[in-house]
Structure formats: structure tokens, C-alpha cells
Design a protein around this ligand. Structure first.
Ligand code: SF4
Ligand code: SF4
Length: 321
């Protein structure tokens, strides 16, 4: 995969598979127009996965955002995203009081925000195995605005804190955190499902399930395999939606497209639909799709619905724990 758009053959595959590119009638190779619209992209990665020339469209657009954010335009970008930046540039609800050396549970900012009871249950079960919890934002929301200096500072800060605490394994509940960090923390990163399976925690879901794969796991589907031991029946993947609509903070510019994604998902749901990203379930619930359920709420037995009305207060509470 590369970010060299001169390899673009204008086959329109990216455009045909993306509601945003299609709305403006552009390909990833149409860089002039695309740069102006860089903050309208959901950063879902669909264009990357379909390009026959190996162009990483998502990375191309992220680079464009970085270039715009390192120019005079930064003030306008900061103004437009002031609430996100005020909370997450240096995460104001960060709480490392319960960190443990060795393994540590890292639920991210959105999972405890939407699923406070389920998160507390997981933290409690892990504590029984000597695993503490870190309340922190991974930094991806700020990074996706193109704020590279802040992104690097956030990652290096977390890396140093993990090192100082003697953490060698981070257990994530959020596919965004894991995809965003990759190898950058210098520690092993595992999903909560993988560790719960190893420790014999959690109940299996009866029967077949329908599953929506969040954008960061769409290509590799690593989490789907890790969830499989918790499902007694078959897993049917629902591929109807391009994104939940929250990706890349693009919704403020493209609300109609974002709402269209949820309607696309709804088309073919047979009963409940499961997913494993709290941002996605929160977004679906806010858009009126109430049949979406988080896998963790099912396997821990809380069957909690996303707490969309108190999500901010729930984040405050992670600081006060
Ligand atoms: S899919 Fe790739 S080659 Fe085709 S138009 Fe898009 S960027 Fe160009
Ligand atoms: S990352 Fe997603 S929304 Fe952005 S251009 Fe590619 S397919 Fe479209």
C-alpha cells in the first residue's frame, strides 16, 4: 500500500464504493479537490481495500489533513473541533490509579462512556486475576484531525507511563485503540476477548448472530476470530454499511451520508445485530437503531444498552473512581 496518487488509473472503484467520493464525483487520485474535502472523509478505509493500484486512500486523506493542520488553517480546525480537542488533546479524564505491572486493561474512552456497568464488571473480573485498569483515550480522535505533533506527544506520553508502571501487555476493549497503536506502544496489545477466553471469563451467546464489523477491523477481521469462541452458533457478517458514520469526525460535514450508512445497515437486519465498538453502538442507538448490541454486554450478562444520555458523565466518573 502506498500514498503515491500518481499511480491512480482512475478506474473509479474507490468512488463507486464510497458515498462521500461518489457525492462529489471524485477519485482518490483527484487530489486537488480531495484536499479541500479532506475533513468530509470518514477515514473508513474502503477505498484502500478496493484499489487495484495499491493506493492507501485513507492514508492519502490523513496526510492531506496533516498538511492542512500544520498550516494557518489549524485555528479553524481547532475551532471546529473545540469540544473534542478540549477533552482529548490531553485527556482530561485520564486515571492511572489502578494500573498494574504486567497486564493492564485499557478500555479506551468510549467503552466506559457508553457501557459503564459492563466496563465495571470486566474491570472487577480482571482485578480478580491481578489485572488493573487504565482510563485513558488512545489519541486516535485527535490524530485523525491531522494533528500529528499532538498524536506523537500522546503516544510517547502513554508509552512512557506504561514503561514506568512496568506494563508489558495492554488489553483493549476497542478495535480503534488497537488499530491505532499497532506496534507503537512497545508492548503486546491484545483484545479483551482473547484474554477473557484465556482466563475462562464470559458466557457464550446462544444461537447464530449477525455481526457488523467496525471500520478498523474490516480488512483483517482479527476481532471476529477472537469473538468466535463466545458464539455457539454461526456468525453472519452484515456488510451493508460503509461506516457507522462517526469515523474521521466527518459527520458534521456529511450528516446525510452518515445517516444513510445507518439506514443501509438496517435494510437487512434479522432481529438483533451485534458489534464490538462502543462508538458504533452509541451512534446506531442515537440514530434510532435500537437492535444493535455490544458483544461484551452480551457475554458478561449485563445486556446493557449504550448510555447515550449520560455518556459524558460516565467519562467524568472514570476520573473519579
Ligand atoms: S481505486 Fe485506486 S486506481 Fe482506481 S480511481 Fe481509486 S485511487 Fe485511482
Ligand atoms: S476512507 Fe472511506 S470515506 Fe474516506 S474516501 Fe476512503 S472510502 Fe471514502
Amino acid at each position: 500500500m502506498n500514498t503515491k496518487t500518481d499511480k491512480c488509473i482512475h478506474c473509479h472503484r474507490c468512488r463507486d464504493n464510497c458515498a462521500f467520493l461518489s457525492k462529489y464525483g471524485i477519485d482518490i487520485g483527484d487530489t486537488g479537490r480531495l484536499k479541500d474535502l479532506a475533513y468530509h472523509c470518514f477515514l473508513c478505509g474502503t477505498c484502500t481495500s478496493v484499489c487495484p493500484a495499491g493506493i492507501d486512500g485513507r492514508a492519502v486523506i490523513l496526510d492531506m489533513r496533516r498538511s492542512r493542520a500544520s498550516s494557518d488553517e489549524i485555528r479553524a480546525i481547532e475551532k471546529e473541533n473545540r469540544w473534542l480537542i478540549a477533552e482529548k488533546r490531553s485527556y482530561i479524564f485520564s486515571n492511572w490509579k489502578y494500573v498494574t505491572a504486567g497486564r493492564a486493561y485499557f478500555p479506551g474512552c468510549n467503552f466506559p462512556s457508553m457501557y459503564p456497568k459492563t466496563n465495571a464488571r470486566i474491570a472487577e473480573l480482571f482485578a480478580e486475576h491481578g489485572i488493573g485498569t487504565i482510563y485513558e483515550c488512545c489519541g486516535k480522535p485527535v490524530a485523525e484531525l491531522g494533528m500529528k505533533t499532538d498524536e506523537d506527544r500522546i503516544i510517547s506520553g502513554i508509552r512512557k507511563r506504561l514503561e514506568a508502571a512496568g506494563v508489558t501487555e495492554v488489553i483493549t476493549a476497542c478495535p480503534n485503540c488497537r488499530a491505532f497503536y499497532g506496534e507503537r506502544l512497545g508492548v503486546r496489545i491484545r483484545s479483551v476477548y482473547d484474554v477473557m477466553r484465556e482466563l475462562g471469563i464470559g458466557n457464550a451467546i446462544e444461537g447464530d448472530i449477525e455481526l457488523y464489523i467496525p471500520c478498523p477491523d474490516r480488512k483483517e477481521s482479527v476481532w471476529v476470530e477472537e469473538i468466535r469462541p463466545f458464539v455457539k452458533g454461526e456468525i453472519r457478517i452484515n456488510r451493508n454499511a460503509q461506516c457507522c458514520g462517526l469515523g474521521g469526525s466527518a459527520m458534521k460535514h456529511e450528516k446525510e451520508i452518515a445517516d444513510g450508512f445507518v439506514r443501509d445497515l438496517e435494510k437487512d437486519i434479522n432481529g438483533r445485530i451485534f458489534t464490538y465498538c462502543a462508538s458504533c453502538t452509541g451512534r446506531f442507538s442515537r440514530s434510532g437503531l435500537k437492535s444493535a448490541e455490544h458483544v461484551l454486554a452480551a457475554i458478561t450478562g449485563t445486556h446493557e444498552q449504550p448510555d447515550i444520555y449520560k455518556s459524558f458523565i460516565n467519562r467524568v466518573m472514570t476520573k473519579l473512581r
